[in-house]
Each structure stands twice: as structure tokens, then as C-alpha cells.
Design a protein around this ligand. Structure first.
Ligand code: TXE
Length: 499
């Protein structure tokens, strides 16, 4: 594999970032830093500041003061929308820069980064619309002497903790909704992928967001992330990451009973019935496990296929997996990029070994791609898997598909639901009754019929069971960052209690 991109070159030296609080860059100074190596090239690409707890306290104080000043929460939805639309334009103007740094830090293909940046701009535009659509309820049925109004108010200061798999896109699935609601934010990106979150702070400032509304404190999870979940000055935490750390975040948030939104892991089923268009289904299943090298919370990692077509479907998958273009993430032709870190790479390969030990049959893949630099794993199909094997139960978070067969629809539903996670699911069939009848009984927050991993900001995301709490995006995503207040208004003369 050629490690050198035909179109984009690697940076001569790592780009240095300070951090961004109160609408301004703050220089690293004497703080420690962390250098990020590009997963596809093993070359230093960014240098990130490891902020201290004091930096976090300062950022929270700024966000609090800004919230209380009502400079953002007190203006109209129309004014908030103007800023969000300018932010979308700012993203588009810097799209190529954002895509470049996103690919360098994550190892994802540049074509994918470009599509995500464009998609993210659209989410800010949706957020602008949402800011103007917020409304409450009124109750005219409380009798002639009482009238009720229900309003929504921004929750306050939100702590936003994001992961490394979709640093910019996940940010876009949160920020516009928090801002539409009128909240102020302190964000902490994954220490592996902070660049585009920091750039976003600059874009928002340039778009006219008042200083102190959006603040970024870079640093590690155990230090800054943990401190955020514990922080008494934060009203709500939005955490996206592993289920283990999510549980930890929930417990740590109990200090001031802050609201907690969690989007966690998944082991999402792809249910393929014999009457599906098998070629389409195989293409969708391959995309669903290869997109972002299987490092998506909604990767379709458990294939549940009807036994009568299992052999034919397996052949289709093996053929398609072999044709997925693996390579330099900076090459626009690449479809499957690098694995985010050496430790994660080892974890994925360990799961593949575990599958073989448990009796799964390696139908294809199973090993690293020989390359001069970076780390890549061939798309892997583990066949003859049963639902109790570790490879069918745990989130592998790599291009590794576990194939399980079923004979009846009841069995398919049972297999799909027999897992601690409930983030996403797909069903493939040409029978609409069967499709809806099945999807209605699968415990998952984001589902698809005859497609996978697609959608738009209108549609809510989030999980059932151990995949999380709460919903992001859509109008549900704005409400997530608001408190509900009931206002009771007395009408007419009071009937006195004291006679
Ligand atoms: O996630 P972490 P990691 C899953 C996936 C992956 C595994 C581990 O299975 O293999 O998680 O990935 C911050 N308090 N997902 O280790 O540690 C951290 O700095 C508060 C699924 O990268 O959960 C980062 O910003 N925050 C997932 C964020 O949490 C803490 C996406 C996520 O990191 C913290 C990523 C702490 N104590 C991984 N410790 C998805 N749902 O898409 C760390 N963090």
C-alpha cells in the first residue's frame, strides 16, 4: 500500500493548538501537551494542550456568567438562528481544512470526512430552524378561574464530552441543539481528536456567537472529563463514548443531580430475510460494518440472516468485502481507512482470535493489512457464530462482522433483542408487513428498513437499554437541553381561603 497520498500531503510539523475560552484562544504556556500521530501514517500531526482542572473551573465560570447575563439565552430565536446559519456558512468556507485535520487525527478516508463536514453544516442550518420553532403549550381546560402555560427554558451550562470516532459530526449533532435551546457550553473533545472541535470554536466566534457561549477545554478523559461530570457548576452533561465510562459519568453526575444524556455502545443487528434483495442487503451490510472501519456506535456488527439463504449471502459478502478499497486515508479513492490507535487495533485483533477460539469460522479477513505505516484491518467475516459468543455480545468497534442464522421471524426478533445494547437495528426484506412487524419489536433507538446508517437532523438518535439515555437531534434533541416550566395564572376574583 502506498502511504503517500496522491492528492494531499502530510503536515511538515504538528499543528499546535491552545484552547478556546471566552471567545479567545488561550496559549498552552507551561501546560503539558500531547502529540497525536496520524493513524494512517504514524506521523505527528497535532499538538494538543492538556488543560488543568483550574482551566476547566475557569471555563465553567465563564460559561455560567455568560448564561446568567442572558446575552444568548435572552435573545430571540431569530437572532440565534442568524448565528447558526453563519456558523454553517463558516463550516462550508473552511470545509477542506476541517476535513483534512479530521482525517489526519482519526484515520478515516478523506472522502468520508468531506461528506461529514458538509452534513454537519446542514445540521447547523436545521438548528437555526429549530431555534425559531421552539414553543410550549397552553391549557384552557383548567376551569374559568385558572389558565395554564407550559414553557421551555434552556437548562443552563452544558458539559459536552465527545469521542474520537466522529469528532466533528457528533459535535454537530449536539452544539446546534444546545445553542438553539439557549444554553452555554464547555466542550471536551477526545484527547486523540481535538483539532476540529477547537477550529469550530473559532468558526462560532467568527459567526457572531457571543464570547463565553461556546468554550473548549482540551485534555484527557480521566482528568478533565471526570472533573466535568463531577462539576457542581455544570447543569447537564452530554456524554458520547463507551458504556463503561458512561456508567461512570452517570454516577459522577449525582453530586448536583445534573441532567445526563448518554450515547453509548452498540451491537446492532442487521436482520436479513430470505425474501430481501440479497445483493442490496449485502451491499448495505458491508457498508454498515466497513463505514469508519466499523468504529461507529451504530455499526451493524451482528448479521442475523435467514438460514435458507445464509450460504448464498455469505458468498455475496465475501466477494464485496474483497472489493472494498483499503488505503491511505488521504487518498480520495479510499473507502476503508485506519484504526484509530495501536491499542484499539490490538483489541480488535484480540476479538478476532477470541472468535476463532469460541468456534467461529473465519470466512474472510481476520488480519492486518501489510503496510509501511499506520494500521489497517481487512474486513472480517466470522461465520457460524452463536448469539452467546463474546464476539456476538461485546462491541468490537472494528470491521468485524459476526454472522448468526435463524429459521423463524420469532427467532430473529429474539436474537436481535438478546443483547445488553439497544442502539440501532436494520431489517432487510421485500415484505412491508414483515419489515414493520419486525422493526416494531426490536429494542433499538435508531432503526432502518432496507438501508442502514443514514438519516438527517430531523430524526432523533439515541439508545434503548445499555446504549444510553436521552435523544439528540430533531426537535427531541433541542428539548433534551431544556427544562419544562408550568405557569399557572389565576383569573378573576380570588375565592379567599381565610374566611
Ligand atoms: O472511549 P471513552 P474510548 C466504545 C468502543 C471503543 C470503546 C473505548 O467500543 O472501543 O468505547 O473507546 C472521555 N470521565 N466507543 O476509550 O473512554 C474521553 O476523553 C469522563 C463507543 O475512546 O468512553 C473521550 O472524550 N469522560 C462510542 C470520551 O470520554 C471520560 C465512541 C469517550 O472516551 C472519562 C467511542 C471519565 N472518567 C468509543 N474517561 C460511541 N458510542 O460512538 C474518558 N472520558
Amino acid at each position: 500500500m502506498d502511504a503517500k497520498s496522491p492528492t494531499l500531503s502530510l503536515p511538515a510539523q504538528p499543528r499546535e493548538f491552545g484552547f478556546h475560552v471566552g471567545g479567545r484562544w488561550i496559549a498552552t504556556g507551561s501546560r503539558e501537551t500531547m502529540v497525536r500521530l496520524s493513524p494512517g501514517h504514524d506521523v505527528p500531526v497535532t499538538r494538543i494542550t492538556l488543560c488543568t482542572r483550574k482551566d476547566l473551573d475557569n471555563a465553567v465560570a465563564v460559561a455560567r456568567k455568560t448564561f446568567d447575563s442572558r446575552v444568548w439565552s435572552g435573545i430571540s430565536g431569530a437572532e440565534r438562528a442568524t448565528v447558526l446559519l453563519k456558523a454553517a456558512a463558516g463550516i462550508r468556507a473552511r470545509a477542506e481544512e476541517l476535513a483534512y485535520w479530521e482525517t489526519l487525527e482519526t484515520g478515516k478516508p478523506i472522502s468520508q470526512s468531506r461528506a461529514e463536514i458538509e452534513g454537519a453544516a446542514g445540521i447547523y442550518e436545521y438548528g437555526a430552524g429549530a431555534a425559531r420553532c421552539l414553543h410550549g403549550d397552553s391549557f384552557n381546560n383548567l376551569g374559568d378561574k385558572l389558565f395554564g402555560i407550559v414553557t421551555r427554558e434552556p437548562v443552563g451550562v452544558v458539559g459536552l464530552i465527545t469521542p474520537w470516532n466522529f469528532p466533528f459530526f457528533i459535535l454537530a449533532e449536539r452544539i446546534p441543539f444546545m445553542l438553539a435551546a439557549g444554553c452555554t457550553i464547555v466542550a471536551k473533545p477526545s484527547e486523540m481528536t481535538s483539532a476540529t472541535t477547537l477550529i469550530m470554536a473559532e468558526i462560532l466566534t467568527d459567526a457572531g456567537l457571543p464570547e463565553g457561549v461556546f468554550n473548549v477545554v482540551s485534555g484527557t478523559g480521566p482528568e478533565i472529563g471526570q472533573a466535568m461530570t463531577e462539576h457542581m457548576g455544570i447543569d447537564q452533561v452530554s456524554f458520547t463514548g463507551s458504556t463503561a465510562v458512561g456508567r461512570h459519568a452517570l454516577l459522577a453526575s449525582a453530586g448536583n443531580f445534573k441532567k445526563v444524556g448518554l450515547e453509548l455502545g452498540g451491537k446492532s443487528p442487521q436482520v436479513v430475510f430470505a425474501d430481501a434483495n440479497l445483493d442490496d442487503a449485502a451491499d448495505g451490510v458491508v457498508f454498515g460494518i466497513c463505514h469508519n472501519a466499523g468504529q461507529c456506535c451504530v455499526s451493524g456488527s451482528r448479521l442475523i440472516v435467514e438460514k435458507s439463504v445464509a450460504a448464498e449471502f455469505e458468498k455475496l459478502l465475501v466477494d464485496k468485502f474483497a472489493r472494498v478499497r483499503i488505503g491511505d486515508p488521504l487518498d480520495p479513492r479510499t473507502q476503508l481507512g485506519a484504526i484509530v490507535s495501536a491499542a484499539h487495533n490490538e483489541k480488535i485483533l484480540g476479538y478476532i482470535r477470541k472468535g476463532s477460539e469460541e468456534g467461529a469460522r473465519l470466512a474472510c479477513g481476520g488480519e492486518s493489512v501489510a503496510s509501511k505505516a499506520g494500521r489497517f484491518i481487512h474486513p472480517t467475516l466470522l461465520a457460524d457464530v452463536t448469539n452467546h459468543m463474546v464476539v456476538a455480545r461485546e462491541e468490537i468497534f472494528g470491521p468485524v462482522l459476526a454472522m448468526i442464522t435463524f429459521e423463524t421471524r420469532e427467532e430473529a426478533i429474539e436474537l436481535a433483542n438478546d443483547n445488553a445494547y439497544g442502539l440501532a437495528a436494520s431489517v432487510w426484506t421485500s415484505d412491508l408487513d414483515k419489515a414493520l412487524g419486525t422493526i416494531r419489536r426490536i429494542q433499538a433507538g435508531r432503526t432502518w428498513i432496507n438501508t442502514t446508517i443514514t438519516g438527517g437532523p430531523e430524526m432523533p438518535i439515541g439508545g434503548f437499554k445499555q446504549s444510553g439515555i436521552g435523544r439528540d437531534t430533531g426537535m427531541y434533541g433541542v428539548e433534551e437541553y431544556m427544562e419544562v416550566k408550568s405557569i399557572h395564572i389565576a383569573l378573576g376574583a380570588r375565592d379567599h381561603w381565610v374566611s
